[in-house]
Write a protein of this length. Sequence first.
Length: 73
Amino acid sequence: MLAKLTSKNQLTLPKAIVQQIDQPEYFDVSLEDGRIVLTPMQVRSVDAVRNKLAALGISEQDVTDAVQWGRRA
């Protein structure tokens, strides 16, 4: 199937392809062996990340400490 890249770098995906995925709003774009690869992505809100960290018992101070530790390496 063909897709046309516009002068504004916009690409329309063929309907037959889009119907086979969950119609995500975002894609991760990578270049592999000269091919452009689009991978459907779920973008989560900051609140979802904070809730997940809280559920795991990870505090903001834990994150700060981990970042400082990582920067020393």
